[in-house]
Design a protein around this ligand. Structure first.
Ligand code: SF4
Ligand code: SF4
Length: 351
């Protein structure tokens, strides 16, 4: 069987191993206590997949430690000193942490810098920093975060901070109440917290709900449609934007996520969305070949489904959405409506 190659960067891996969070950011629906311990067998299997990627001459882009604030995670030290996890990170170009930088204690950052230097010597670290929407223009608040990031940076010896990117939780009620509208989207586009930062990411948490429940699936659908409409309004209102601001140009690579003993592939709807539902799960044993084969089967299934759908048949983004897993989300949500901003941008998007 021919295996589909998606480019030199084969993908990313989110390890949802950290648990407990000291904070309560608005719009957060992460189950902060719900991570169960990983097994050594699973870590070995994940390392074998990463080794296989390297042996074939490809690269993994980034490994993310999710889903909670790393500095308040109660098992942070266990995770960052585990020998297999320490070995695993060396297979990636950079390591990503969710870190709120809300801890006011200066010593905590000195300690964290030491742990990072021991965990991933000489590697690049990236931080995703949750910023509550109400603070996006709060100069004093943002200045405090910048000061703590600079303080951590000052104490890192071999690890380099490659980027710090703000993330904002997106919910249906925020969209309904106009808290996230086209003006706010534009204003929050660049929240500079460090000299190197990417476009602010809006985090869509609905894939973390219990998607066996119809109400949760319906909410997911309503929220994604409202989000895309808000993005489209931004374009119609004439705000300057690039397509990458609304839907990152990447997305052809695999976004894998390990949580509670299972390995999932995250669909990419404007950005990667964690969807912890059996439809997105890989059966064991996990190998690069089995992941690629399963992905290829899904791709062809998606193309077939799209050809029978009112919105998708004839759309020029069918192959991109099939690669990104958008049609699998349509199947889960029992809809054939367009779920991607690409469909709304249409001819305005000249990829
Ligand atoms: S967004 Fe992150 S830091 Fe904030 S409460 Fe949720 S898990 Fe904690
Ligand atoms: S952009 Fe929308 S209509 Fe086009 S293939 Fe993707 S989901 Fe379907």
């Amino acid at each position: 069987m021919t295996i589909m190659i998606r480019g030199d960067n084969i993908g990313n891996l989110a390890l949802e191993l950290l648990k407990d969070c000291d904070y309560g950011c608005s719009g957060c629906s992460v189950n902060t206590t719900g991570v169960t311990p990983y097994t050594e067998d699973d870590l070995h299997a994940l390392r074998d997949v990463v080794d296989d990627v390297r042996e074939r001459g490809w690269e993994m882009s980034w490994m993310e430690f999710a889903p909670v604030d790393v500095m308040s995670a109660s098992n942070r030290t266990d995770v960052l000193t585990h020998p297999i996890i320490r070995d695993l990170v060396t297979g990636f170009k950079s390591v990503v942490f969710n870190c709120s930088f809300l801890n006011p204690k200066a010593d905590a950052y000195v300690e964290f810098a030491k742990e990072l230097d021991a965990f991933m010597p000489g590697l690049n670290v990236e931080f995703l920093v949750p910023v509550e929407l109400k603070h996006h223009r709060n100069v004093a608040y943002l200045e405090k975060l910048r000061g703590r990031i600079a303080w951590l940076n000052q104490h890192l010896e071999t690890v380099t901070i490659a980027s710090v990117t703000a993330i904002v939780n997106m919910t249906e009620s925020m969209l309904d109440n106009g808290l996230i509208n086209e003006e706010v989207l534009y204003a929050t586009r660049h929240i500079e917290l460090f000299e190197k930062s990417d476009t602010t990411t809006f985090v869509f948490h609905y894939g973390r709900r219990d998607l066996s429940v119809k109400e949760d699936r319906d909410e997911f659908l309503r929220a994604i449609l409202k989000q895309n409409q808000t993005f489209a309004n931004q374009v119609d209102a004439g705000y300057e934007f690039t397509v990458d601001d609304l839907s990152a140009h990447v997305g052809a690579d695999y976004h894998l996520a390990y949580r509670n003993g299972d390995l999932y592939i995250a669909p990419f709807i404007n950005s990667p969305i964690a969807v912890f539902h059996p439809d997105f799960k890989f059966e064991k044993p996990w190998t690069l070949d089995s992941i690629q084969r399963s992905d290829q089967d899904t791709f062809f299934e998606s193309i077939t489904r799209a050809s029978q759908s009112n919105d998708c048949s004839g759309c020029r983004f069918v192959s991109k959405c099939a690669t990104r897993g958008v049609h699998r989300v349509q199947r889960l949500l029992e809809t054939d409506r367009c779920l991607s901003i690409l469909g709304k941008l249409g001819h305005k998007c000249n990829w």
